[in-house]
Design a protein around this ligand. Structure first.
Ligand SMILES: CC(C)(COP(=O)(O)OP(=O)(O)OC[C@H]1O[C@@H](n2cnc3c(N)ncnc32)[C@H](O)[C@@H]1OP(=O)(O)O)[C@@H](O)C(=O)NCCC(=O)NCCS
Length: 171
């Protein structure tokens, strides 16, 4: 496993949009209706949207690349934390995806280390995230990475109101 992790730049918008939509579909498509998936993908992905995120000072994007191929990405953002998050200086780990060929290879751990470094560089004291209650692999990974479950939050996928677990760890 040899990946390089670097901050995203506006020129990554197209590739990131494609990668983000595809990995979201691969992660959650089998357990959700095509209609709900389509509504969410339409509202969350697309080159213009990712370009705006890459340019947004409240969002940090990290890309893990194997050569010129994206192996994974993480996005952090400044946004108010839910009440169950009580630590100082909270920052959200918004998105965290590793492509299938690189899962179980240590890429996720390397990306998480870079994510924590980026959060620390921004002055964050607490990293929090939402993970679907029916996503045991991600929950297991986050527990390995030091996150603990502190509560629940709602996530709306199309017309489906879902329950996420909220997890936190100190930076
Ligand atoms: C979540 C993700 C980043 C984790 O990266 P990864 O490389 O798969 O993580 P690891 O293999 O190091 O760790 C996953 C752990 O879950 C375990 N696991 C695997 N499948 C599992 C399952 N179905 N149920 C429970 N645990 C599972 C693994 O055994 C491993 O633990 P171990 O190392 O102690 O054996 C990656 O799987 C991913 O991108 N998934 C799809 C997108 C996603 O769900 N993102 C998170 C959105 S909140």
């Amino acid at each position: 496993m040899m990946v390089r992790i670097r901050p995203g730049v506006p020129g990554d918008a197209h590739r990131l949009a494609e990668f983000g939509a595809r990995t979201f579909e691969e992660a959650f498509g089998a357990e959700n209706t095509p209609q709900n998936m389509a509504v969410y993908v339409e509202q969350a992905y697309g080159a213009q949207r990712q370009a705006a995120q890459l340019a947004d000072p409240a969002v940090v994007t990290l890309l893990a690349e194997d050569g010129r191929t994206i192996a994974g990405y993480a996005q952090l953002r400044d946004r108010p934390a839910p009440p169950c998050v009580v630590g100082p200086g909270p920052m959200e780990l918004w998105r965290f995806y590793v492509d299938r060929p690189w899962q179980g290879q240590g890429v996720a751990a390397a990306l998480m280390a870079a994510t924590l470094d980026a959060a620390a560089a921004r002055g964050a004291g607490t990293l929090w995230l939402c993970v679907w209650e029916h996503n045991p692999r991600a929950q297991a990974f986050y527990r390995k990475a030091g996150f603990v479950d502190v509560g629940a939050a709602e996530f709306v996928l199309g017309t489906d109101r879902q329950t996420d677990r909220v997890m936190v760890r100190a930076v």
